[in-house]
Structure formats: structure tokens, C-alpha cells
Design a protein around this ligand. Sequence first.
Ligand code: UD1
Ligand code: CA
Length: 475
Amino acid sequence: MTDARPTAVVVLAAGEGTRMRSATPKVLHEVAGRSLVGNVLAACAPLGADHTVVVVGAGRDAVTAHLAAIAPAAVPVTQAEQRGTGHAARVALDALGDLDGTVLVLPGDAPLLRTETLHRLVEEHQSGGAVATVLTAVLPDPTGYGRVLRRPDGLVDRIVEHRDATDAEREVAEVNTSVYAFEAGPLRAGLARLSTANAQGEEYLTDVVGAFVAAGRTVGAVVAAAEETAGVNDRVQLAAAHRTHNDRLLLDWMRAGVTVVDPATTWVDAEVELEPDVVLHPGVQLHGRTRVATGAEIGPDSTLTDTVVGAGAHVVRAHCVGARVGAGASVGPFAYLRPGAVLGEKAKVGTYVEVKGSELGPGAKVPHLSYIGDATIGAGSNLGAGTIVANYDGVAKHRTTVGEHVRVGSDTVLVAPVEVGDGAYVAAGSVITGRVGPGELGVARARQRNVPRWVARRRAGTSADKAARKAEEGR
Ligand code: UD1
Ligand code: CA
């Protein structure tokens, strides 16, 4: 990239988004784990503008709070009434005050824009010396969009909105994407002179373009790939944008050395990080800031959110949130790792096991049917099938500590707070409420008692009785 750079970025995001039919403001709906406006800001960030302004209106409290969380440097500016894109741009320029240079204007609902395209727009705008440059796209079905009308010499003449266009103008397939590079001074002057004499009674930002040309100034155009410029106005377009964004991310990951067995059923958020030789099996969703190291295999059918997976680990049919899986560790099938689950190197969390707020040391194993909550399990320890850590006394949560190389028998309850020392054993079926010291055997269950001839007396004539008699005769 050259050093072409906008001075300011203005994102128009005050519109209501009526067609979403949602209580959530449109620009907060998500694509690839990022809000629509978050995607636009992410595409702009590498351009290095001095100022970023987001025009907010509909749902502005929610949008402002969101911006503070994801892009604290972006300044929200309120457009109290949505009087059109031109009015929105004016509100933004007023907030920016007296500045020179290029202002990049974008809609908040175009989550597929690429940084390279925006950079190309700014670059061609600046090198061509145009007063404004419009990012356009040629669409198979341009219905609804503003059309870019060109003069016989190919230069931009003006933009006409679909609703204001003649039939002949509606034949034009080149549309305005609502992304523009403007020179700040002329833009400010142009916005001051907008009228509302159009089908929607709004101030159109698009009219600035025609006014520049009418005044004898040059407006440039940069044509972008149609796929990249799609806006989201309803849930159908939201799903389509998500699909397109996901396909693009998967292509990038495959080119970077990740095996994606079934791209159609694999979903990866924008901020996920994968190393070469990761394998993603069908039915995998990777959300948030999930990171997967080389050689790890995820899936089939696994959902990981904000989870870190070490090299060579296997995660099969699992649901993991805020967990860390060590190198070479194994999770699932049918496991649930909740926040604070930390698995050491080569640890194992097996079938129907839930782990929360607990650390498993290297090589520790919880292979079957267990709940491990708020516990520390030392290296090399093995918790038998059906081990439950009872961490909740009905009021408060308590911690459990199991040392290294401990063997806990099946169907054991460790009632927190409790401690089992290094190298200890716990007998199967125990309910452990007190400390078991290092090397001790903890047994906490009723002693076995057999009642002789009980079946003969109480179940005479049953198949059990017959089997028992036969066994006695055979002796
Ligand atoms: C706009 C363009 C149209 C273009 C299309 C591309 C105008 C007049 N028309 O039409 O040429 O083809 O985008 O998608 O600009 N907004 C505000 N405040 C307002 C009005 C809108 O912030 O008062 C924001 C919206 O939140 C949205 C963006 O501006 O992010 C575009 O507004 P929208 O109403 O979607 O414009 P379109 O009718 O789609
Ligand atoms: Ca729109």
C-alpha cells in the first residue's frame, strides 16, 4: 500500500433499519462475530485516519456503548432526526470542525468492504485530484440503489436515486455504494447547499456529486466488486453477508494452510486465529477470539468461543466457552468446557464431562460422565467414571484440590471444600467430605453386607431363585 491516507473517516449509522424488524439497532447485528458497524470500522482502521466519526441516531445509546467497547477512538456524533444521508454527513463535518484533506464516507451497514478497496479509492481520489470520488459497483439487479450516471466521455455526471430515476436511468446497472472520498472543504460547502426536493424529502449526500460536476469540477469513480459492497437492510441480506464473509475467511485460512473439510458447515468469526496444519472437520463454529495452534483437530460438530487450543490437541463434538486446551490434550466426544477450564498438556476430558473454573494438570484425565467445578487436579491424576465435584453448597461455591497422580474411583463425590493429597487413592463410590492425605486411601461408603438365602426366602420360584439353586447344586 502507498501512504495515501484519509484525514477523517465518517461512518453513517443513524438510520433506523426498519426492514430488520428488530429491537436491536441495525448496525449492531452481527456478521462473523462482529457488528455491522464493527466490520466497517475494522476495514477502515488500517487506513490510519486521524479522526473517525460515527453518526448515530436510531438506538444511539446502544450504538454509543458498543462503540466505546469496540472502537474507543471513534467519536459518536448524534443526528437527532434522520433527515437523510446529506444531513448526516453535515452533522459529522460540523463535529470534525475545520479540517483539510480527504474525508472517507461510508455506510454503517456494509460489512463486506475490504481495506484494500478503500485504500484504492483514497489513492485514486488523491492521485486524480478529484474533488470527490465515488465507489461504485455494477450489479445484476440494481433495483433500489442510486444509479451512477456518466457523461459520454465516461466521467461521472450525477447520481440519481432509484425512486427519483426515469425508466431509462433505471436501466443503468452501475450503482452508488454509498462509499465516497471527498475533499473536506468542498464537501462542507456542498452539504450546506442541499435541498430536500426529491421523492423522499431528504437531504441526499448523492446530490453533492451532481452539484460538483455542474460547477465544473471533476468527480472520479472507482469500481468495486459487487460482492464487497452489498449492504444489509434485512435479515435475508444479513444471512447472505455472513455467508459471503465466512466463505472469504475460510478461503484465506485454507490458503494459509488450514484444512477445512467442509466449508459449507464451518463458520469462523473474523477475529479467530488459526495456525497452519489445523484441521477443521464438518460442523465446526469458531467464535470470538478463539485461537487454534498447529496440528490441532477440531470437530466434527464442535462450537468453540473465546477458547485457546494448543498444538496437536483434539476437540471432538464439544462445546467450549472461555476454555484453554493444552497441547496434545483431548476433549470429547460430548464434552462441555466452561469459562476457566484449563487443560494441561496431554490432559483428557472425555465423554459427557463438564468442566468449569478448574485446572487439570499435564496428563490428568477425566474420561467419563463427570462434573468438575472449581477444582485443581494435579498432573497425572485420574478421576474415575462418574466422579462429581460438588462445588456448590446451595449458597456459595467452594474449591477442591486434588494432588498429582491421584486415583479416584468411579462414582465418587468430592464435597468441596476438600483436598486429596499427592499419590492418594479414593475408593469407588465414596462421598469424600474430609481431607485425604498423600498416599492414603480414602474410603467413605457403607461396608458391604450379604444376606444369605434372601432370594430363596423372599423371591421363591422366580428365575433368580432357579438360577441361584442351580449354582448351589453345581458346587
Ligand atoms: C443510499 C444512497 C444510494 C446508494 C445506497 C447504497 C443516498 C441518498 N442514497 O441509499 O445512492 O445506492 O445508499 O446502499 O445517499 N443514514 C444516516 N442518517 C440519515 C439517513 C441515512 O445516518 O438520515 C445512514 C444509514 O444508517 C445508512 C446510510 O446512511 O447506514 C445509508 O442510508 P440508507 O437509508 O440505507 O440509504 P439508501 O436508501 O440505501
Ligand atoms: Ca442502505
